[in-house]
Design a protein around this ligand. Structure first.
Ligand code: ADP
Ligand code: MG
Length: 243
C-alpha cells in the first residue's frame, strides 16, 4: 500500500469574509515533487503554510507524516518533520552561515553544540557551501544566502521540504544555483512541495504540477499534460501569460 506523505481533504480557509481555499483535496506521495503554480492571490502560499503547520485550516482534514494537523492538540508534532524555505532568507546577520544553520538544533532541539556543528556542516556540504561556513550573511551572495537557508531547513533532517517562491527575490543570475540545489534534493528522493514561477523547473523536475485558481485546484497532471496540453481555459490563459 502506498501511503501519502501529505493528505489534504476538503481543506477550507478564510481571512475575514474572503474564502481563500475552497475545499482543497490533494495527496502528495513520499518522494514526489509537486509544483504549485497559479496567479498571485490564488492561495498557493496559504496551502503551503497549512501543510507546514504555520497556519490552521478552518475546515477539512490534513495529515502530514501521520500527524493530524487539523487536530490543534497534535499539530505541533509536525515541527522537525518538515522544512520550509521562503522568498526572504531571514538569516541572522550577526551569525555565521554555520551559526544560522545550527541555531534551531541548539536552541529548540537542545542538541549539544558539537553534534549540531557536525550536522550543520553536513547540511552546508549538501548545498555546496561547506567552505563558507564561517562567513556572515553580508559576505555571501543572495544565492549563497538562500542556500544557507536551505541548509538550515535540511539540518533538522525533515521528511518533507516546502519552498515558497524561493528564487523570487534573487537576481536572475543567482536563480540557477538555488534551482540546482532543489533539483539535487529532488533527485535524492526528498518529498517536496514547491511554489514557483520558474516554469522550467516545473517542467523538468516536477512529478506533478497543480494549477491553482481562486482557491481551488483547477487542473493537475504531469508537466507534459499541463504544459503541452492544458485542458482548462484558465490554465491555458495563465500559461499563455507566463510561458
Ligand atoms: P498566493 O501565494 O497564491 O499569491 P496567498 O495564499 O498568499 O496566495 O493568498 C491568497 C489570498 O488570501 C489573497 O487574496 C491574500 O490577500 C489573502 N491572504 C493571505 N494571507 C492573508 C492574511 N494573513 N490575512 C488576510 N488575507 C490573507
Ligand atoms: Mg504566495
Amino acid at each position: 500500500m502506498n501511503k501519502s506523505a501529505i493528505s489534504l481533504s476538503r481543506i477550507t480557509k478564510s481571512f475575514g469574509s474572503t474564502q481563500v481555499l475552497k475545499e482543497i483535496s490533494l495527496d502528495v506521495m513520499p518522494g514526489e515533487v509537486l509544483v504549485l503554480i497559479g496567479a498571485s492571490g490564488s492561495g498557493k502560499s496559504t496551502v503551503l503554510r497549512i501543510m507546514s503547520g504555520l497556519e490552521h485550516a478552518d475546515g477539512g482534514e490534513i495529515w502530514v507524516n501521520d500527524v493530524p494537523l487539523h487536530d490543534s492538540k497534535r499539530s505541533r508534532e509536525i515541527c522537525g518533520h518538515v522544512g520550509m524555505v521562503f522568498q526572504q532568507f531571514n538569516l541572522f546577520p550577526h551569525k555565521t552561515a554555520l551559526g544560522n544553520v545550527t541555531l534551531a538544533l541548539i536552541k529548540a532541539q537542545k542538541m549539544p553544540e558539537s553534534e549540531a556543528n557536525k550536522r550543520g556542516m553536513a547540511a552546508l556540504e549538501r548545498v555546496g557551501l561547506a567552505e563558507r561556513a564561517n562567513h556572515y550573511p553580508a559576505q555571501l551572495s543572495g544565492g549563497q544566502q538562500q542556500r544557507v537557508a536551505i541548509a538550515r531547513a535540511l539540518a533538522v533532517e525533515p521528511k518533507i521540504m516546502f519552498f515558497d517562491e524561493a528564487t523570487s527575490a534573487l537576481d536572475p543570475e543567482l536563480v540557477g544555483e538555488v534551482m540546482e540545489v532543489m533539483r539535487s534534493l529532488a533527485r535524492d528522493g526528498m518529498t517536496m512541495v514547491v511554489v514557483t514561477h520558474e516554469m522550467g523547473f516545473a517542467r523538468k523536475t516536477a512529478d506533478r504540477v497543480v494549477f491553482m485558481d481562486q482557491g481551488i485546484i483547477a487542473e493537475q497532471g504531469s508537466p507534459e499534460q499541463l504544459f503541452v496540453n492544458p485542458q482548462n481555459p484558465r490554465t491555458q490563459q495563465f500559461l499563455s501569460r507566463v510561458l
